[in-house]
Design a protein around this ligand. Structure first.
Ligand SMILES: [Zn+2]
Length: 210
């Protein structure tokens, strides 16, 4: 079911190992989609009218869990961080329903140095910082991440294992903006872990005006 929602008003390709920022008006629907398959995205979301209000992964997991609407891998309602806790986004379609929606982490220079002894590797933290710079935001503003398409097994003892993402070339997730949104999505450059099956690929964005 490749749904569409009226007029396509914008589309962009996020090159492999890079990030892009884009704005979505309240009521518009944006799609994060695969191009080659096998690619995870690291996403941040802000209230486009007040960047102090931003997506909070912990409260989102908590509220969806308490209300019985979702799990750490799939939930329909994305909330902003306390004290606001407003509904920011609603999932209207999702062909995957297996994401990593309870951590808020991302790959970073520090992480590649600690884990892989690499000092020059691009990272989602760095990518998102670059993409958001034109909006006056800095690395300190890159707060909680939604790890779209990321396949992680959470073990009963609290450990987790990163597994290869299962996404196919025609997979996508559609989200309706419940406020004016500034979004940034990084095509995760991870190639030293199973995250992207060892290779970074592009991602696509489409924005619809219903
Ligand atoms: Zn990453």
């Amino acid at each position: 079911m490749m749904g569409t929602y009226g007029n396509l008003v914008n589309e962009l390709v996020i090159p492999a190992r890079e990030a892009r920022a884009f704005e979505v008006k309240r009521g518009q629907i944006f799609r994060i989609h695969q191009i080659t398959g096998g690619q995870v995205g690291d996403c941040v979301f802000y209230n486009a009218d007040d960047y102090r209000e931003m997506f909070h992964v912990g409260q989102t997991w908590a509220i969806n869990g308490i209300l019985g609407t979702g799990t750490s891998k799939s939930f329909p309602h994305f909330y902003s961080k306390p004290p606001r806790e407003n509904l920011m986004l609603t999932v209207v379609a999702d062909t995957v329903r297996n994401h990593w929606g309870n951590m808020g982490g991302r790959c970073s220079r520090r992480l590649y140095a600690l884990r892989d002894n690499l000092t020059e590797h691009r990272s989602c933290q760095e990518n998102l910082t670059e993409a958001l710079a034109p909006y006056g935001l800095t690395g300190d503003d890159v707060f909680d991440i939604f790890n779209v398409f990321m396949n992680v097994e959470l073990h009963p003892d609290g450990r987790f294992t990163i597994l290869p993402t299962q996404v196919k070339p025609d997979d996508y997730m559609d989200l309706r903006a419940e406020m004016n949104i500034l979004a940034a999505v990084s095509a995760c450059p991870a190639d030293t872990s199973p995250t992207n099956n060892g290779k970074s690929n592009p991602l696509g964005i489409k924005i619809y005006q219903p």
